[in-house]
Design a protein around this ligand. Structure first.
Ligand code: SF4
Length: 257
C-alpha cells in the first residue's frame, strides 16, 4: 500500500487499541508505558498476521491500563491463532481456549483452559492455582513446598511433590493423554487417596447414612458439613473402620475394605 493508505491503516488500528489521538506525533520516550504497549500491539497486528505470539502482553501495566488494553486485544485476536506466554493465571483465563502449564522447561499438564482452572490434575498445576491470590474470600492460599530447582533426572517437580515415588526420581514422565487432557506424571496426576462408594449404614429401620460416594485426593481437605444428627460422625467412624458399613466400599489408594 502507498504512504497514504498505510497511514489510514495505522490510524485505524491505533484507534482500535484506544491510543489517544493527541499523542500521535509523540516520540516513544514521551509516551506512558500503557501508551507504548498499545502502540506495540497496533504494530503487531498491522500486517494482519494469522498467528500472534504475545509474551506477557499485560505484565507491565497497572490494573486500569490492563483493562483498556485487554478488550481491544481480545477483539483483534478474533479469528486468529495466538500463543500467549504469561505468568498471570488471570490473563491466561481471559485470553485462552487451551492452556499448558510449564515447570522446569517441561509441559506438565495441557487441557482446555476452563477444565484446567476448575480441576487441575497435575500436582504442580494444582499447587499453582492454590497458591494464587484472587478476590475470592473463601479461598485458603496454600504454597508449594520447597523452591524451584534444577533436577538432573527424573520428574522436574519431584523434590516438591507430595506424592512422589522412587520412579519419579529416576525417570522423567512423558506427557500423555489421560481422559480429557494431557499430563506428564508417573501416577497419572493427583491420586485419589480415599474413595467411598455407596456407603450406607442402617441401624434397625433407620438409615443413618445412605449411598455416600466421595473421593478425597492426595493433599486435599474435604469438609463434611451437616446439622447435628445428619450422620457426620457415623460417616467418619465408618470410614475409619470403627463401625461396620451395612453396604458400600472404602478404598485407601487402591486397597479396599
Ligand atoms: S507423582 Fe512423580 S511424576 Fe507425578 S508430579 Fe509427582 S514427582 Fe512428578
Amino acid at each position: 500500500m502507498d504512504g497514504f493508505q498505510a497511514e489510514i491503516k495505522a490510524l485505524e488500528l491505533l484507534q482500535r487499541v484506544q491510543f489517544p489521538s493527541h499523542r500521535l506525533s509523540a516520540y516513544p520516550h514521551q509516551l506512558s508505558t500503557g501508551e507504548k504497549q498499545r502502540a506495540l500491539i497496533a504494530m503487531a497486528f498491522i500486517c494482519d498476521p494469522e498467528v500472534v505470539i504475545l509474551d506477557e502482553p499485560l505484565a507491565s501495566l497497572d490494573v486500569l491500563s490492563q483493562k483498556k488494553v485487554l478488550y481491544p486485544l481480545l477483539e483483534l485476536l478474533q479469528g486468529r491463532a495466538g500463543l500467549l506466554v504469561t505468568h498471570s493465571l488471570a490473563t491466561a483465563a481471559q485470553f485462552s481456549n487451551r492452556a499448558a502449564v510449564l515447570y522446569g522447561g517441561t509441559i506438565v499438564e495441557a487441557a482446555p483452559t476452563q477444565k484446567l482452572f476448575s480441576q487441575p490434575r497435575h500436582p504442580y498445576s494444582r499447587g499453582l492455582l492454590r497458591s494464587y491470590a484472587d478476590m475470592d474470600r473463601n479461598k485458603d492460599l496454600q504454597g508449594i513446598r520447597g523452591k524451584a530447582e534444577f533436577v538432573e533426572k527424573g520428574c522436574p517437580f519431584h523434590p516438591r511433590c507430595t506424592q512422589s515415588l522412587l520412579v519419579c526420581q529416576e525417570k522423567k514422565p512423558i506427557l500423555q493423554k489421560i481422559e480429557d487432557r494431557k499430563i506428564a506424571c508417573h501416577r497419572g496426576g493427583v491420586i485419589p487417596l480415599l474413595t467411598v462408594k455407596g456407603l450406607t449404614k442402617i441401624v434397625g429401620s433407620h438409615k443413618i447414612i445412605e449411598g455416600i460416594n466421595q473421593t478425597l485426593y492426595e493433599g486435599e481437605t474435604l469438609a463434611v458439613i451437616g446439622a447435628g444428627g445428619a450422620g457426620k460422625t457415623t460417616l467418619a467412624k465408618t470410614v475409619m473402620g470403627l463401625i461396620k458399613a451395612t453396604e458400600g466400599e472404602i478404598f485407601l489408594e487402591k486397597k479396599g475394605w
